[in-house]
Design a protein. Structure first.
Lengths: 738, 113
C-alpha cells in the first residue's frame, strides 16, 4: 500500500501517525448511468405532487401513498446502482455552473460522485426514509386534509436535499444539499406552527445551523482558492499528489484552517458541542421527523462530510503542514492541535455531556435526543481517532436502532395523547397491543447500550472505543476512558427509560394532547382517556426496521469494504496493541453496559422507591446537590448561551431600538414636524373670528413698527451723544497727559 | 424734519404740519370707526377714510418736495379705490344676502379655533 503513494504524501502520512489516508481510487466519468439521477428526481417529483395535493385540498392519504411509492422507487434505484457498481464513477446530469476565464474557471456541474461511501449512505438514507414515510402515513393521520400534504412535501424535500448532499460530485452540490436539509429540518420542526415552542425550536435549529454553515462556506471558499476547483475528483487528485510546499508556505494558516472550518460545519449539522443545543429542542417536530432527520440521516451529514473530506482533514492537518504552534495574544503560543484530534476530543466531551444530561431528563423523546447527540459524539471520536470505518459503521447501525427507538417513542406518544413523561407511564409490555412497541424498543435499547453478541451497537461502538486506545494522539487514552464511562452512563439512561415505561406494573396517565374531533384511529372509537395501541402500519415498520437493525450486525465487514474503497479510507494497522484492544474492548464495553443496565434495573424496576431516595439524598447534600441539578438543567448550556450571546445581542438591539424610537423618530422626525404645529398653536388664538381684533392687531403692529423706527433713530441719536461725551472726557483726562 | 413741517406754501400761513395733522385726524377717525362699528358698510367707509388720509399725506409731501410722482400715485390710488369699492360693496351685498344682516359678527364662525 505505501509503495503506491506519492513520496510527498507518504511523508504526510508518517506525520499523521501513519494511520490515515491512502491511495483510494478516484472516480472517473461514466456516461451510461444517467438513470441514477432518478434518486434525486423522484423525491423532487414527490414534493411537487404533494404540493398539488395540498393545492387541491386532498383529504385522503394520497400524499403519503405518493411519497412512499416514489421514495421506495428511489431506494430501488439506489439498490440498482449498488448492484451496477464496479468502481468510483461520476455521473453527469447537466451543466450547472460553468464559468471560464483566462487562467481559471469555476465549474460545478450537477453530477453525482458515486463511490462506496456514497452508496453506503444512500442505501440507509433512502431505505429508512421510505420506511419512516410509511410509518408517518399512519402517525400523521390526525392531520389528514390539514397539514398532511405539507408534511410529506417536507419529507420529500428532505430526501432530495440529503441525496444531493451525499451524491453531489462537488462541494457546491454538497452545500446545496447541506442547506436544503437545514431548510427541510426547519420546515418539519416547525410543522406544528401554531405551537410557539415548535416555532422557536425551528428557528433555533436554523440559526444554530447557520453558524456551522458559515464554517462550511468559508472552508469551501478556501478549498476553491487553494485547489482551483470544488470538484471532488480534482481535489482528491491534488491531495493525493501532495500539497506543494510552496503553496503550503504561501497559504500559511488559511490553508491549515480548511480542516477546522469543515469541522465547524460538521459540528453544526451533527449537533456537537457547542452547537448541539438545537437537536433536543428539535423534538418539537412530529416524531417521524425526529426519527428521520434528527436521528437517522441528517445529523450524520457531519460525519459524512468528515469521511468524504478525510484526505483533506489529514492531508491539511497542522502536523502535515509543519505548523507546530499557534500564536496567541501577547506573543504567547500554544502547541498546534490537528483538526482530527480536536474532532475526537469535542466528540468525546459531547458524548459525555449529552449522556449526563440524558440521565436526568424525564421526557423520553428528549432522552433519545440526547442519546443521539451522545452517539454522534462517538462517531466523531471515530473519525477523530482515524477509524472512519468505525464511525461509518456506527452511523449505519445507529441509523437503524435509533430510528426504532424514536418510532417507538412516537408510537407511545401517539397512543397516550402526547404523554412522554417516563414517571407517568409504566408496564407497557403487559398492556394489550403494546407488545411490538415494547420489544422492538427493548431491542433498540440493547443496541444503544451495546449489549453483547446480539446487538449491532456492540460491534460498532467497540470499534471506536478500541481505536481510541490504539491510535496515538493527544490524550486519546483518556478519551477512551471517557468513552467507556459514557457507555456506562448510556446504558443507565437507556434502560432507565425502558424499565420505567415498558416494564413493571401497568399504569399510565394520559397526556393533555387532544385529537381533532371526528378522527378515527385504527377503526375504533375512543376518547382520549383510553390509550390506543399502534395500528398495523406502525407495527410493520417497527418490525422491519428492527430486522434491519439485526441485519446490520452482519454487515460490519461489508461496511469496512465500502469505506475502504472510498475517499474515507484509512490504513489499518495490525500490531500487538491493536490486537490487544480489539480483543479486550468488547469485554470492557459489555461490562460497562451491563453494569449501567443493572443499575437502571435496580433503581427503575426492582426498587423504584430507591431511585427517589437516592435522588432526595443527593439533592439534600449541599456538596453534591449541584451535580444532579446541573444535569437536569442541561448543564445550563442554554442559559450560558443566553447570557453570552442572546442577552448582549438583545440589549444591543434594544439600545438601538430606543435610539431609533426616541432620538431618530421622536426628536428628529416627529420633532421637526411638530415645530410648525407648536408655533401654530401659539398664534392660533389670534384668529378668533372677530374682525375688529384683527384690525387692532394690525394697527398695533403698525404702531409697534413705527415706534421701533422712531425709537431706533432716537436711540442712535442719544447713543452718539453719550459716546461723544465719554470720548471727550477720555481725551481730556488722558489725551492731555499724553 | 422740523424745518419741513414749518415750511409754508403759496396758501400763506398753511404749513405742511397742518396737512399732516388733517391726514392723521382723518386716519384716526377711520381707525376708531373701523374698530368700534360692526356694520360692514360703515367699516368699509372707515377703511376708505384711512385710505384717503394716506392720500392726503402723500399729496402734501409731494407738493412740499416739488415732486409730482406722489400726486400721480394718488391718481392711481383713487382709481383702484373706485374699483375696490365696487367689488367690496358687491361682496357686502352677497354677505348680506347670505345672513340677512350687515353685522360683521355674523361671520365670526370663519375663525380658526
Amino acid at each position: 500500500m505505501m509503495a503506491m503513494l506519492d513520496p510527498i504524501f507518504a511523508t504526510i502520512l508518517l506525520a499523521t501517525h501513519g494511520t490515515s489516508g491512502g491511495a483510494f481510487p478516484i472516480a472517473h466519468a461514466m456516461d451510461n448511468l444517467g438513470w441514477a439521477g432518478l434518486i434525486l428526481w423522484l423525491p423532487l417529483i414527490s414534493m411537487l405532487l404533494c404540493g398539488v395535493c395540498a393545492a387541491m385540498k386532498v383529504r385522503s392519504k394520497a400524499p403519503a401513498i405518493i411519497t412512499v411509492i416514489l421514495l421506495a422507487l428511489s431506494f430501488l434505484v439506489t439498490f440498482a446502482l449498488f448492484f451496477n457498481y464496479e468502481s468510483p464513477v461520476t455521473i453527469h446530469l447537466f451543466a450547472w455552473f460553468d464559468i471560464q476565464w483566462e487562467g481559471g474557471g469555476f465549474v460545478a456541474p450537477f453530477s453525482l460522485y458515486v463511490d462506496q461511501l456514497t452508496l453506503l449512505w444512500m442505501l440507509f438514507v433512502t431505505g429508512l426514509g421510505t420506511l419512516i414515510a410509511l410509518y408517518a402515513s399512519e402517525y400523521m393521520e390526525p392531520d389528514l386534509g390539514g397539514g398532511y400534504a405539507r408534511f410529506f412535501a417536507g419529507v420529500s424535500v428532505f430526501l432530495f436535499a440529503m441525496s444531493s448532499l451525499v451524491m453531489g460530485d462537488n462541494l457546491v452540490m454538497l452545500y446545496l444539499g447541506w442547506e436544503g436539509v437545514g431548510f427541510a429540518s426547519y420546515w418539519l420542526i416547525g410543522y406544528y406552527y401554531q405551537k410557539p415552542s415548535a416555532v422557536a425550536a425551528a428557528k433555533k435549529a436554523f440559526i444554530v445551523n447557520r453558524i456551522g454553515d458559515l464554517g462550511l462556506a468559508l472552508g469551501l471558499y478556501l478549498i476553491y482558492h487553494y485547489f482551483g476547483s470544488i470538484q471532488f475528483t480534482e481535489i482528491f487528485a491534488s491531495i493525493q499528489h501532495g500539497v506543494d510546499p510552496a503553496t503550503a508556505q504561501k497559504g500559511g494558516w488559511t490553508l491549515a484552517a480548511i480542516p477546522f472550518l469543515l469541522m465547524l460545519g460538521a459540528f453544526g449539522k451533527s449537533a456537537q458541542f457547542p452547537l448541539f443545543v438545537w437537536l433536543p429542542d428539535a423534538m418539537e417536530g412530529p416524531t417521524p421527523v425526529s426519527a428521520l432527520i434528527h436521528a437517522a440521516t441528517m445529523v450524520t451529514a457531519g460525519v459524512y462530510l468528515l469521511c468524504r473530506m478525510a484526505p483533506l482533514m489529514s492531508g491539511l492537518s497542522c502536523s502535515a503542514l509543519g505548523i507546530e504552534e499557534w500564536p496567541l495574544f501577547f506573543g504567547w503560543t500554544m502547541p498546534a492541535i490537528d483538526a482530527l484530534a480536536m474532532v475526537a476530543w469535542v466528540g468525546g466531551l459531547t458524548a459525555l455531556l449529552a449522556a449526563t444530561i440524558g440521565m436526568a431528563q424525564y421526557d423520553i423523546k428528549r432522552i433519545m435526543a440526547y442519546s443521539t447527540v451522545s452517539q454522534l459524539g462517538y462517531m466523531f471520536v471515530g473519525v477523530g481517532v482515524l477509524t472512519t470505518y468505525g464511525a461509518a459503521y456506527h452511523v449505519f447501525t445507529h441509523a437503524f436502532f435509533k430510528a426504532v427507538l424514536f418510532l417507538t417513542c412516537g408510537a407511545i406518544m401517539h397512543g397516550f395523547a402526547g404523554q412522554l413523561d417516563l414517571r407517568k407511564l409504566s408496564g407497557l409490555r403487559h398492556m394489550k397491543g403494546w407488545k411490538v412497541v415494547s420489544y422492538t424498543m427493548l431491542y433498540g435499547c440493547l443496541c444503544l447500550i451495546g449489549f453483547p453478541i446480539i446487538s449491532s451497537g456492540f460491534y460498532s461502538k467497540d470499534l471506536i472505543m478500541a481505536q481510541a486506545f490504539i491510535t496515538q494522539g493527544p490524550g486519546f487514552t483518556a478519551l477512551g476512558v471517557i468513552m467507556v464511562i459514557t457507555a456506562l452512563l448510556t446504558a443507565y439512561y437507556t434502560f432507565r427509560v425502558w424499565f420505567r415505561v415498558c416494564a413493571g406494573e401497568p399504569h399510565y396517565e394520559m397526556g393533555d394532547e387532544h385529537h381533532a374531533p371526528g378522527d378515527d384511529h385504527g377503526g375504533s372509537d375512543h376518547d382520549h382517556h383510553e390509550p390506543h395501541p399502534p395500528g398495523i402500519t406502525i407495527n410493520f415498520v417497527l418490525i422491519v426496521i428492527s430486522i434491519g437493525a439485526v441485519m446490520t450486525i452482519f454487515l460490519g465487514s461489508w461496511v469496512k469494504d465500502m469505506v475502504n474503497g472510498s475517499s474515507a479510507m484509512m490504513v489499518d494497522h495490525h500490531d500487538d496493541l491493536a490486537d490487544y484492544w480489539h480483543k479486550w474492548m468488547p469485554y470492557i464495553a459489555s461490562a460497562a453496559g451491563l453494569l449501567g443496565g443493572g443499575i437502571a434495573w435496580w433503581f427503575h424496576l426492582a426498587n423504584r422507591k430507591a431511585a427517589d431516595t437516592v435522588r432526595s439524598t443527593l439533592l439534600s447534600n449541599p456538596m453534591i446537590r449541584w451535580l444532579p441539578t446541573a444535569m437536569e438543567n442541561k448543564w445550563y448550556v442554554d442559559e450560558i448561551y443566553h447570557a453570552l450571546i442572546r442577552a448582549p445581542l438583545w440589549a444591543g438591539g434594544h439600545l438601538l431600538y430606543l435610539f431609533d424610537k426616541y432620538i431618530v423618530d421622536f426628536a428628529f422626525v416627529d420633532g421637526i414636524a411638530k415645530l410648525p404645529r407648536l408655533m401654530a398653536k401659539a398664534f392660533q388664538p389670534l384668529q378668533n373670528g372677530v374682525l375688529q381684533s384683527y384690525a387692532v392687531h394690525m394697527a398695533g403692529g403698525v404702531a409697534l413698527v413705527t415706534v421701533l423706527i422712531i425709537g431706533h433713530a432716537a436711540f442712535l441719536h442719544y447713543w452718539n451723544l453719550i459716546v461723544t461725551f465719554i470720548v471727550n472726557i477720555w481725551a481730556s483726562m488722558f489725551g492731555g497727559a499724553a | 424734519m422740523m424745518h419741513l413741517l414749518a415750511q409754508t406754501d403759496s396758501f400763506g400761513s398753511v404749513e405742511l404740519g397742518h396737512y399732516l395733522m388733517t391726514s392723521s385726524v382723518l386716519f384716526v377717525i377711520g381707525l376708531i370707526g373701523f374698530l368700534t362699528r360692526r356694520n360692514m358698510i360703515v367699516m368699509f367707509l372707515c377703511t376708505e377714510l384711512m385710505f384717503q388720509a394716506a392720500a392726503i399725506a402723500m399729496i402734501a409731501f409731494s407738493r412740499f418736495h416739488h415732486d409730482l410722482s406722489g400726486q400721480v400715485f394718488v391718481i392711481f390710488i383713487l382709481t383702484i379705490a373706485a374699483a375696490e369699492a365696487a367689488l367690496a360693496l358687491s361682496l357686502v351685498v352677497l354677505l348680506y344676502r347670505r345672513k340677512e344682516t350687515l353685522s360683521a359678527e355674523a361671520w365670526s364662525e370663519l375663525r380658526e379655533t
